[in-house]
Write a protein that binds this ligand. Structure first.
Ligand SMILES: [Fe+2]
Ligand SMILES: [Fe+2]
Length: 301
């Protein structure tokens, strides 16, 4: 769907959450009751905390060069939202570890990749990578908002709340990193380089790491026909052209390569309004029991 950019949103709130995750209530088959597809999302949960930390550091570093007070305010909102995503997913990942997910190993590997690789990239490349990563989270968030039923097959209410809250906020702030990149650089070739790097991380490395989790957790899965059936079904859920998370959104992913692309060309305002009411309504909101407080960072001249 292509629309005119509806203008910048200065009302992106930072929401402090407290989920109190408990391993005994955690459903390791959260995504449509599958082992394989769920493992891909749980791998994402582990690795995205590192991506978020990179986004936070990059946004903080570049905020000092931004002249426009509104752009500065939006970067502050982005930093605030990502900081709480990272914190909440880390708390969740600690509980995943108790279900034999290889959380310490993957944290160790990600730490090395970020510390010795991505964080040593030139600042302008990190800015482009940040915009590229945020494009992918915006695509997944839009898919999830359009397919909210995927979260309701599991009885794990807190994990559902975690993912739905995260997806809502990814969509709320989807244009901030991109606008910062355009203001501070605007180079098309640099934007494409960051996109290619983000694509490799999110479409290759994370799924690869996720795909071996069920065999690490339970090596006997390799001999179970039921597990391989799960893999086939999961691949359809992930890569299916009709309705798969990644398979059906490739057009949106590749739209980033259009020279005049803007995140708001994909209008999600109606979904955001619907989702906010569903999640944050003071009486009936799914997130209401876990919301501690929220505030919108002020614009400072
Ligand atoms: Fe995030
Ligand atoms: Fe984000």
């Amino acid at each position: 769907m292509t629309t005119q950019n509806p203008g910048v949103n200065l009302q992106v709130p930072v929401r402090h959450m407290d989920f109190q995750f408990d391993a005994k209530d955690l459903d390791p088959k959260m995504y449509r009751n599958t082992e394989f597809a769920s493992a891909i999302f749980e791998a994402l949960s582990i690795f995205l905390t590192f991506g978020e930390d990179l986004v936070i550091d990059t946004a903080r570093y570049h905020r000092q060069f931004v002249k426009d007070p509104e752009m500065k305010q939006r970067l502050t909102a982005l930093i605030g939202q990502e900081a709480i995503h990272s914190k909440m997913h880390n708390e969740f990942n600690d509980q995943l570890a108790k279900h034999r997910f290889p959380v310490p190993l993957y944290r160790f590997l990600a730490d090395k990749v970020f510390e010795y690789g991505l964080k040593r990239l030139p600042n302008r490349m990190q800015l482009s990578l940040m915009a590229g990563i945020e494009h992918f989270t915006a695509v997944v968030a839009e898919y999830m908002m359009k397919h909210e039923e995927v979260f309701f097959e599991s009885p794990d209410e807190k994990q559902r709340a975690l993912w739905m809250w995260h997806m809502l906020e990814e969509s709320e702030h989807k244009d901030i990193a991109y606008d910062a990149f355009q203001q501070l650089s605007g180079s098309y070739s640099l934007r494409v380089s960051g996109f290619v790097m983000a694509t490799i991380i999110i479409m290759v490395l994370v799924p690869l790491a996720g795909s071996v989790i069920p065999l690490i957790r339970k090596p006997s899965n390799a001999l179970r026909p039921a597990y391989w059936k799960d893999v086939v079904f999961s691949l359809e859920l992930l890569a299916g052209r009709e309705d798969g998370v990644f398979g059906s959104t490739m057009g949106h992913v590749m739209d980033y390569l259009r020279p005049d692309f803007h995140p708001n060309d994909h209008d999600t305002t109606a979904y955001l309004d619907y989702y906010k009411d569903k999640l944050l309504h003071p009486q009936t909101g799914l997130l209401t029991p876990y919301l501690v407080r929220e505030f919108v960072p002020p614009v400072r001249a």
